[in-house]
Write a protein that binds this ligand. Structure first.
Ligand SMILES: Cc1cc2nc3c(=O)[nH]c(=O)nc-3n(C[C@H](O)[C@H](O)[C@H](O)COP(=O)(O)OP(=O)(O)OC[C@H]3O[C@@H](n4cnc5c(N)ncnc54)[C@H](O)[C@@H]3O)c2cc1C
Length: 369
C-alpha cells in the first residue's frame, strides 16, 4: 500500500518551507503548521541578516550550511524577486591591533569570504558616526525580507504540488505497515494520514515533537531557549551598513548590533536572556532593558540619542547550549531508518541564511538511503 504522501514536514517556519520547496521537486509533500500563518515564530523574529559565514567553528554544520545557504539564498532571491540587498557589514573593534579581529580576518580569508581591513580613518570615511579603532568590512553580508522569502518559498512549493496546511497541529506518529501513521488536530477536528518519510522542523517545539514520534529516540539535546530583544531607532538612519561589535567567544549572541531593514530603518539588538523551558512563547520586551542597550550601543555609537530608543520585538533562539558552555552546532539527524525520519534541533542563527542549504542537505540525506 502506498503512503498518502512521500514526505510529511512538521513546521512551517523558513526551514520547513525551504525543505518543502526542495522536496517538492522529488515527490509529494505535506507540510503541517499549527499556527494561522507560516513563520509566525522564530522565522519572523530575527535580524533578517544574510550572514557571510565568518563566525562558526571550522567544519561545523553552521559554517558549511551558512556558506552554502548564503549563495543559494542570494540566487533564490534574484530568481524569484524576493526583496534583499547585499548592504555590507562592519565588525568594529575598540583597539587598533585587536587579536580577535585579526583571527576573524584570517578565518575569512581561509574560507574565501571577501573581507577588507579598515583603520580608523577608512572606517570614519565609510561611517562617520561610528567610533572604533579598526574594523572588518564584509561586503557579502546582506539583508532579506524574511516574510517575502517565506511567502515565495510557500508559493513555489505549492507550484510543485506541495500541500501546505495551516491551522494543523502534529499530535503524534508511529510506524504502521512500513510507513508513518500521523495524527493531527485541524480546525475541523482530528485528521490522520500516512507518509513514507517524516521530517521534524518544529523549531522551539522540535524536542517536544520528537517525544511524540515513536519509538522515541534518546538522548535528545536539551532545549535552552534564549530570548533576544530589539529596540527600534526611528528617524533618519545614522549608518548605511550593518554595524556589529566583536562577538563573545562562545557565540551566545553576536553582541547588540545595528541592523537596517530594507526600508532603511535602524534597530538595535538582540541581547541574550536565557529563559525557562516553559516560557517559549513569552516575547515581552521590557523598557527596563533600555539602559543596558544604550551602554552597549554607545561603545561604538557615542552620539546615540537614547530618547529615540523604543522597545520593539523579541525572538527566541532554540539553543542547545547554556550561557557558559561552548556553542553547540545544528543537530540534523536521521533518527529512524524504517520508516525514515529526519529531525532538526538547535536551528538558531544562522538558520535563516542556511534554510535553503538545510533543505538541500535534507534531500541528500533522504536520497542517500
Ligand atoms: C533573535 C534572533 C535573531 C536571529 N537573527 C538571524 C539572522 O539575522 N540571520 C539568520 O540567518 N538567522 C537568524 N536567526 C535564526 C533564524 O531566525 C532561525 O534559525 C530560523 O528562523 C529557524 O527557522 P525554523 O523554521 O527552524 O523555526 P521556526 O520559525 O520556529 O518554525 C517552526 C514552526 O514549527 C511549527 N510547529 C511547532 N510545533 C508544531 C506542531 N506540533 N504541529 C505543527 N507545527 C508545529 C511552529 O508553529 C513554527 O511555525 C535569529 C534568531 C533569533 C531568535
Amino acid at each position: 500500500m502506498a503512503a498518502d504522501f512521500d514526505y510529511c514536514i512538521i513546521g512551517g517556519g523558513v526551514v520547513g518551507l525551504a525543505s518543502a520547496w526542495c522536496l517538492s521537486q522529488h515527490g509529494s509533500v505535506l507540510l503541517l503548521e499549527k499556527n494561522a500563518l507560516f513563520g509566525a515564530e522564530t522565522s519572523s523574529r530575527n535580524s533578517e541578516v544574510i550572514h557571510a559565514g565568518l563566525y562558526y567553528p571550522p567544519g561545523s554544520l553552521k559554517e558549511q550550511l551558512c556558506l552554502r545557504g548564503k549563495a543559494l539564498l542570494y540566487s533564490f532571491c534574484e530568481t524569484y524577486d524576493v526583496p534583499h540587498k547585499a548592504i555590507g557589514k562592519l565588525i568594529v573593534a575598540p583597539d587598533e591591533h585587536n587579536p580577535r579581529l585579526t583571527q576573524l580576518f584570517t578565518k575569512g580569508q581561509q574560507l574565501g569570504i571577501p573581507l577588507q581591513r579598515l583603520d580608523r580613518r577608512a572606517l570614519q570615511q565609510m561611517e562617520p558616526e561610528v567610533d572604533a579603532q579598526a574594523a572588518l568590512f564584509s561586503p557579502s553580508t546582506g539583508i532579506v525580507d524574511s516574510h517575502a522569502l517565506m511567502q515565495t518559498l510557500a508559493a513555489q512549493a505549492e507550484r510543485h504540488g506541495a500541500l501546505l496546511q495551516r491551522h494543523t497541529r502534529f499530535l503524534n506518529a508511529r510506524p504502521e505497515q512500513g510507513m508513518w501513521r500521523i495524527h493531527t488536530e485541524t480546525s475541523d477536528g482530528p485528521f490522520s494520514l500516512s507518509a513514507a518519510t517524516l521530517i521534524n522542523c518544529a523549531g522551539l517545539h522540535a524536542q517536544a515533537v520528537a517525544t511524540r514520534i515513536e519509538p522515541v529516540v534518546a538522548p535528545l539535546a536539551q532545549l535552552r531557549p534564549c530570548r533576544g530583544h530589539y529596540f527600534s531607532y526611528p528617524g533618519a538612519a545614522p549608518f548605511s551598513h550593518l554595524i556589529y561589535p566583536l562577538p563573545p567567544e562562545n557565540l551566545t549572541g553576536l553582541g547588540i548590533h545595528a541592523t537596517l531593514d530594507l526600508g532603511g530603518q535602524v534597530r538595535f539588538g538582540p541581547d541574550t536572556q536565557y529563559l525557562d523551558k516553559d516560557c517559549i512563547d513569552d516575547y515581552h520586551v521590557s523598557s527596563a532593558l533600555k539602559k543596558t542597550f544604550a551602554q552597549a550601543i554607545q561603545r561604538y555609537f557615542p552620539a546615540l540619542d537614547t530618547d529615540r530608543l523604543h522597545p520593539d520585538y523579541a525572538g527566541i533562539r532554540p539553543k542547545l547550549h547554556g550561557a557558559d558552555q561552548p556553542a553547540a552546532d545544528f543537530d540534523i539527524r536521521r533518527s529512524h531508518d524504517s520508516p525514515p525520519a529526519i529531525q532538526m534541533f538547535g536551528i538558531e542563527s544562522p538558520g535563516l541564511t542556511s534554510s535553503l542549504a538545510i533543505g538541500e542537505r535534507l534531500t541528500e540525506m533522504i536520497q542517500r538511503h
